[in-house]
Design a protein. Structure first.
Length: 101
């Protein structure tokens, strides 16, 4: 998921922060650009099949999740992503345990 990659870029949106492009931020931008242009194309959900949710709350900087489903494509079972979500944690939330967020 992206929170551990995007956190340095999100900090640029904070109040009273000097806009400075560091190597860490440039690398984060390039990584996000690569991941988004090479990510699998989302599929349409088939509601008669089970839908799975994968949650990532292990990062102290953000949360992420992917909704996915195993469907038959040309007679072969394949997993496809329905959607991705993520968000940066607020400063106070970053001190919570994974079960408290």
């Amino acid at each position: 998921m992206f929170p551990h990659i995007t956190s340095s870029l999100y900090k640029l949106c904070s109040k009273d922060v000097v806009f400075e492009i560091t190597m860490e931020r440039r690398d984060a931008y390039e990584r996000i650009k690569y991941e988004l242009t090479n990510a699998p194309v989302p599929i349409l959900a088939e509601f008669e099949l089970p839908i799975n949710l994968c949650i990532d709350a292990a990062c102290s900087q953000g949360l992420g999740a992917a909704l996915y489903q195993r469907q038959l494509v040309d007679g072969e079972p394949r997993e496809g992503v329905i959607c991705y979500i993520s968000r940066l944690l607020k400063d106070s939330e970053s001190r919570y345990g994974a079960t408290q967020t």
